[in-house]
Design a protein. Structure first.
Length: 417
């Protein structure tokens, strides 16, 4: 089955076409046939497409909305120019899988999309006012283009964290505010953390119940997850993705009283405060320079920049603190798993995070650590390390494709029964 996986942002669409089915999943041989990104949907869009093993295509074109952008993707995917094996017409795209950011308390797993599911995603719009509307636009565009004959599934960023106990998801605010407004920790990056736990299990040949790890998704957005018996029991992002670790431009954990203090001291409005916390903080805010970890490392190395060093040190200290907290919450973990642009590519940041974790039984193998980058997975701790450490490149799209296939297969089985 060829699944078109879509990740629709506020003005962008990321996609992959993935071939998957029961046999391919069992052999772990499902594969990405093509991928791409359209940015600046609504204006002169930037288009980047690439079929696996072929040269990339880059062009600009005016694309007025999601429907036009998705139409452009589908026409390229099935055209002889893309050269994708087995894709000759729209009928060769058998299903569509959508990344949906917020599933609230309603969606605890991936689902086939029908009218009730769309209503459910609409109900979650007030929890994710920037993201869910974009996801819904993608779903509607796909419905218009493919019609009712092509099944679509929704895979939620929050769903993996649905197993958190109340002691992890409740805030210490009056309980009726949780009951009335559903104010609680939801957590995000769930598909990524689930993938990391799954890939770790297959690398080690373990059953799911034996997966007790701390997964670290360190990209522009950063989150940690405590995985016990293969399920999420806590995660660092909260009611929104703002909470938790220091990120590229997000502050992470901050005492809420700072907000009131700043309205007095700086005259900030509520929306200015949120812009400051979401867009002007984190690595960017502390360094005063950039949100890009690679550039900060370069500044530190080339010019000994003090603020760049401070931002990196603060970033590593916060990650380390979460590792310690989750190690305790898990009652001891077997492994740390690094992922995301920073976690997958920066041996230096991994080394700085792990320095000081010897007390948990972690001993990094410096040679292995230095050798792992550029999309490779592997062990980076030494043979004597009690707590292992791995680098695993994340692959949310693969799980979205598999979930889409499984949701369709389950619906078929239910109809047959
Ligand atoms: P997103 O969360 O938007 O998907 P990524 O996972 O691509 O982002 O992560 C982006 C971050 O990864 C940036 O801070 C970038 O500098 C960092 N990064 C990518 N490659 C390297 C590298 N070789 N060394 C250090 N940081 C890197």
């Amino acid at each position: 089955m060829n699944v078109l996986v879509l990740n629709c942002g506020s003005s962008s669409i990321k996609f992959q076409v993935i071939e998957t089915d029961k046999a391919l999943i069992a052999r772990d041989e499902d594969r990405c046939l093509a991928r791409g990104l359209i940015e600046r949907v609504g204006g002169l869009a930037l288009i980047r497409f690439q079929a696996t093993g072929r040269a990339p295509l880059k062009e600009d074109a005016p694309l007025r909305d999601y429907r036009a952008a998705l139409d452009r993707i589908v026409r390229w995917v099935i055209s002889p120019d893309s050269g994708i094996d087995g894709l000759r017409s729209a009928a060769d795209i058998h299903a569509v899988g959508h990344r949906v950011v917020h599933g609230g308390e309603k969606f605890r797993a991936s689902v086939l999309i029908d009218r009730a599911v769309i209503e459910g995603i609409e109900e979650c719009v007030e929890l994710a006012p920037l993201h869910n509307p974009a996801n819904l636009r993608g779903i509607r565009a796909a419905q218009e283009i493919f019609g009712p004959g092509v099944p679509q599934a929704a895979v939620f960023d929050t769903a993996f964290h649905a197993t958190m106990p109340p002691t992890a998801y409740l805030y210490g605010i009056p309980y009726h505010l949780y009951r009335r407004h559903k104010i609680r920790r939801y957590g995000f990056h769930g598909t990524s953390h689930r993938y990391l736990a799954y890939r770790y299990r297959t690398m080690r040949g373990l059953p799911k119940e034996k997966v007790n790890v701390v997964t670290l998704h360190l990209g522009n957005g950063c989150s940690a997850c405590a995985v016990k018996g293969g399920a999420s029991i806590n995660t660092s992002m909260g009611f929104t993705p703002l909470e938790g670790m220091l990120m590229g431009t997000r502050a992470g954990d901050v005492d809420a009283s700072v907000l009131e203090y700043l309205t007095h001291k700086e005259g900030f409005s509520l929306s200015e405060l949120l812009t400051m916390l979401n867009k002007q903080s984190g690595l960017l805010g502390v360094s005063g320079m950039t949100s890009d970890m690679r550039e900060l490392l370069e500044e530190e190395r080339e010019h000994g920049d003090r603020r760049a060093r401070l931002a990196i040190d603060l970033f590593c200290a916060v990650v380390r603190r979460y590792i310690g907290a989750y190690y305790a919450e898990l009652g001891g973990a077997d492994a740390l798993i690094f992922s995301g642009g920073i976690g997958e590519n920066s041996a230096a940041v991994r080394r700085r995070i792990c320095a000081g974790l010897e007390c948990l039984g972690l001993s990094l193998d410096q040679r292995r650590n230095a050798a792992l980058a550029g999309g490779k997975a592997g062990l980076i701790s030494s043979a004597r390390s009690r707590l292992r450490a791995y680098v695993i490149p994340t692959d949310e799209e693969l799980l979205i494709a598999r979930d889409t296939y499984r949701a369709i297969a389950a619906a078929g089985a239910a109809r047959g029964a």
